[in-house]
Design a protein around this ligand. Structure first.
Ligand code: SF4
Length: 392
């Protein structure tokens, strides 16, 4: 397997194709990728659930192409498909609308374009020229649109270039690049307790390690109890210590105040979300009082273990802080709740399984509902009075 196939989907730019049933989305994707990745049929509505295909789009790098169901499917099943398509809009980095040349009834496309533009997602249009309507292929071609013929390949290179140009604008911020560089020693504190998955590291630890290695850092990974002896063995203080936020207190106690400290969750919050908004949200914990409703949201479902952070630890810590009586609700999985207005605070996980756009959409949704939002790591930093100690 080549390297790029192993990049987690959450780290790939999401390029989604929208359009009416059989506007030719699947054929256009196939023409771009040169692979048969989506079902192509002249029976309307063959694409049901979104189809994800990971590929390398040079020079952008690893991307995922998403083929969505037809926007005009009004059947019972169609409504379920449309809900999935709506979820795709939350994580789309670049949207490509495929419109059959000559189609002038574009109400549903415009509705989706508006949704995407509100999320500041670049919107491109590929006017697909079919043989039978080639004569009326005069489509308005602007800066962000192109006429293509999926069958002959005409215009496909221009569409690809348009995607590349727009994809490059939505790249993710660096995880550690502005905190440590070539030759710097960075200590990672990674408790391997009951919650650590057997035989592997959790994704934030893997991603941060990879990022540091890419930046030429020298990475020392240790368990919590080895921190003191490790610090003693180093000739010079480390450039940075990155800890699991659950042991913030211990690490801070055993670390010289001059040594910069952060957590995996703070770094994920920076690269995945809007750290400024999360810090503001964490400070809202100070205003919580008995009876207030708090939503603890996780982006993926996983088997909750004893001492689970989302279901046991955070609820306890928040309650201790607020004087008890908080109504805590949990949600897990790719969907987010439609109505957040009943909550006084949303505390979100690091979101390592979703892309940045998805997290930004959730932040936006909370902001629209007027509900402060923070993430696990930033909340824990606040609860440990560490917000002014950590960097990001
Ligand atoms: S709950 Fe969130 S942070 Fe934890 S593994 Fe899932 S996506 Fe990643």
């Amino acid at each position: 397997m080549s390297g790029f196939n192993e990049t987690p989907r959450a780290n790939r730019l999401h390029i989604a194709f929208f359009g009416k049933t059989n506007a030719g989305k699947s054929s256009v994707i196939n023409a771009i990728t040169g692979q048969d990745i989506a079902l192509v049929s002249n029976v309307a509505g063959t694409t049901t659930d979104p189809v994800y295909k990971a590929m390398e789009l040079l020079p952008v790098g690893p991307v995922v192409f998403i083929d969505t169901a037809g926007l005009d499917d009004r059947t019972e099943l169609g409504r379920a498909r449309i809900k999935k398509t709506d979820e795709v809009t939350d994580k789309t980095d670049v949207a490509v609308f495929v419109i059959r040349c000559g189609d002038t009834d574009l109400g549903v496309e415009r509705e989706y374009m508006r949704k995407l533009e509100e999320k500041k997602t670049p919107v491109l249009v590929a006017y697909n020229m079919f043989e039978e309507n080639g004569a009326q292929a005069a489509a308005p071609v602007g800066e962000k649109s192109v006429v293509v013929n999926a069958k002959t390949g005409e215009g496909i290179d221009r569409l690809k270039q348009l995607i590349i140009d727009n994809a490059q604008e939505s790249e993710q911020p660096t995880i550690t690049g502005d905190l440590a560089g070539e030759g710097d020693v960075v200590i990672l504190v990674m408790p391997q307790d009951i919650q650590a998955p057997k035989g592997r590291l959790i994704l934030p630890q893997v991603q941060v390690t990879r990022d540091l290695l890419d930046n030429g850092c020298r990475v020392v990974s240790i368990k919590t109890e080895d921190l003191e002896s490790m610090l003693g063995e180093l000739k010079h203080p480390p450039k940075l210590v990155i800890t699991d936020s659950q042991v913030f207190g211990y690490v801070n106690e055993h670390l010289d105040k001059e040594i910069p400290l952060t957590s995996f969750s703070m770094l994920m919050a920076k690269s995945k979300g809007d750290i400024g908004e999360f810090v503001k949200g964490a400070r809202a914990i100070a205003r919580l009082k008995p009876g207030d409703r708090v939503l603890i949201a996780e982006s993926c479902t996983h088997h909750a273990q004893k001492g689970d952070i989302a279901r046991e630890k955070l609820p306890k810590w928040l309650n201790d802080y607020a004087g008890g009586g908080l109504v805590i609700e949990n949600t897990a999985g790719h969907g987010f709740l439609d109505d957040l207005s009943k909550y006084k605070l949303v505390v979100h996980c690091g979101g390592c399984m979703v892309n940045r756009k998805n997290m930004l959409s959730r932040i936006e949704q909370a902001k629209k509902a007027g509900v402060p939002i923070t993430n696990f790591g930033v909340a824990i930093a606040f609860l440990n009075s560490m917000l002014d100690r950590v960097i990001w």
